[in-house]
Design a protein around this ligand. Structure first.
Ligand code: PNW
Length: 494
């Protein structure tokens, strides 16, 4: 492999796209305006203890009313592209009837972006299923996949001529397994069977949506965003740990990669979950639909991890949570103030997969900072999955939560976040040098926002949001990133 890009100036290929990402429920607010009805997240937020501090997305960053100002902000950051999601609960509030006023918001946003010469990158589903559809079974019900395709058709008809890139789902792993198995995300269900059924129907919905968008937006690039981990056995000489890493990789990465890009679920995973009913849900033709060719694969990468077959004997709670980040005993069930680390592997595979600390630095999420994992991940996806099919790679999310310190004058000098981005961009360039066809990068996130079960307590933004005044202040990381985007290069470090 090429020498790691450790500190010199690093140039990116001509045309590389620089962006920032958000998601509807995390930034929009206007939760009950212009005909929007509840999504599963609105309902989940009302469950006492489900979300840190009882926070919800009713106001969030008020982006629904401030989108013009926010597009100005994007311009000031020199962004080539903006990745946002559309709220299904705004566009099709009851899951069946189109709400023109909701749809119109996205039309105005897209026009504003095009006017500013910022390419709209649209994600159809970033976790806000209309509650009406959850009440009819949610993602574990096959019908939801068809309702999703209907919603995709509505969006395609409305914006197909103006939006050049569409991704169907954001991180189906989170929707399926954090939502229906671990119960830490909406709708808060706790069943391995439901998680697997949700996963299959999310995949089916993805494939159906690609088919329908292909007709409605023949010029557009289409794809999906998956979230990934890089699982290393804590002891590579211990076959049980190696098997734990295999299962972690299987239930996190391959269970989505393989059906989408190879047209089949991984055989070892089908064997592992044979008693949980996945195979019985697959109808003839499903995998052909799921593997409908895509043009882009979105890669979300925050961290990898070392895993073991057994809990850490030295950890007091034996939960595998790294030292110093464990929440109060027993507080992890429905009080998400503790680290999200543990939710990284609530997979339905029979035996546990136990995260182990490697002593690497961690972010405010408790996630290990492991930039080199991004290089390995991108090269592997290129070689094993996307390369043979000619599917382009984009890093659609990468970033870090840190507890920002606000200076007297309101500025935030977040050198920790800046260093995180710097290291990951160098790692990304290493992957390009090693042959990965990576065409763009989106920082998570354009601005601080509603961090799901952790509420407003965790800040990922390039821009600080004061939730009292809704004032936006670009952080040091944001100013640094603006230069990177302008110069198409990461400046020398130091
Ligand atoms: C992603 N995990 O979520 C989402 O796409 C964003 O909406 C979110 O704000 C961002 O990452 C930061 O969390 C994840 O537990 C949430 O492994 C949890 C996990 C992974 C991704």
């Amino acid at each position: 492999r090429a020498t790691p890009n450790s500190s010199g100036r690093v140039e990116f290929p001509a045309g590389f796209l620089w962006g920032a990402a958000t998601a509807a429920y995390q930034v929009e607010g206007a939760g009950a305006e212009d005909g929007r009805l509840d999504s599963i997240w609105d309902v989940f937020c009302r469950i006492p203890g489900a979300v840190h501090h009882g926070d919800d997305g009713m106001v969030a960053c008020d982006h629904y009313h401030r989108y013009r100002e926010d597009v100005e902000l994007m311009k000031s950051l020199h962004l080539d592209t903006y990745r946002f999601s559309t709220s299904w609960a705004r566009v099709v509030p009851d899951g069946r009837t189109v709400n023109p006023r909701g749809l119109d918001f996205y039309s105005r946003l897209v026009d504003e972006l095009l006017e500013a010469d910022i390419m709209p990158w649209l994600t159809l589903y970033h976790w806000d299923l209309p509650q009406a559809l959850e009440e009819q079974g949610g993602w574990p019900a096959r019908d939801t996949a068809y309702r999703f395709a209907d919603y995709a058709a509505v969006m395609g008809d409305a914006l197909g001529d103006r939006v050049p890139v569409w991704t169907t789902l954001n991180e189906p792993w989170c929707s399926a397994f954090l939502g229906y198995t671990a119960g830490v995300h909406a709708p808060g269900k706790k069943s391995p069977e439901l998680g697997l059924a949700a996963a299959h129907h999310l995949m089916l919905g993805h494939g159906l949506a690609v088919e329908t968008l292909r007709e409605r937006a023949p010029q557009a690039s289409l794809g999906i965003t998956l979230n990934f981990t890089v699982s290393d056995p804590v002891d590579p000489d211990n076959p049980a740990d190696v098997d734990a890493a295999r299962r972690d990789d299987g239930m996190f990465n391959r269970i989505f990669l393989d059906p989408v890009l190879r047209g089949a679920y991984p055989q070892d995973i089908l064997v592992d979950v044979a008693h949980l009913g996945l195979a019985e849900l697959i109808e003839p033709g499903d995998l052909e639909i799921i593997s409908t060719p895509i043009d882009v694969l979105g890669v979300n990468y925050y961290n990898g991890g070392a895993v073991a077959a057994t809990p850490d004997p030295e950890s007091a709670t034996a939960s595998g949570v790294p030292d110093g980040t464990a929440g109060p005993d027993g507080a992890r069930e429905h009080d998400a103030t503790g680290p999200v680390w543990e939710t990284r592997s609530p997979n339905p595979v029979p035996d546990g997969v136990h995260p182990r600390s490697r002593g690497l630095p961690i972010t405010d999420m408790g996630w290990e900072v492991q930039p080199e994992g991004l290089t390995r991940l991108l090269v592997r996806i290129q070689e094993d999955y996307t390369g043979p099919r000619g599917t382009a790679l984009f890093v659609t999310e990468n970033g870090a939560a840190y507890p920002d310190v606000v200076e007297q004058d309101g500025t935030v000098d977040d050198q920790d976040r800046l260093a995180f981005l710097d290291a990951h961009l160098r790692a990304l360039k290493d992957a390009i040098d090693a042959g990965a066809d990576v065409r763009g990068y989106f920082a998570w996130s354009l601005m601080d926002n509603f961090e799901w079960a952790l509420g407003y307590a965790k800040r990922f933004g390039l821009t600080r949001v004061d939730y009292e005044t809704q004032e936006r202040t670009v952080k040091s990381s944001g100013r640094w990133y603006a230069d990177v985007a302008r110069d198409n290069a990461v400046p020398a470090r130091g």
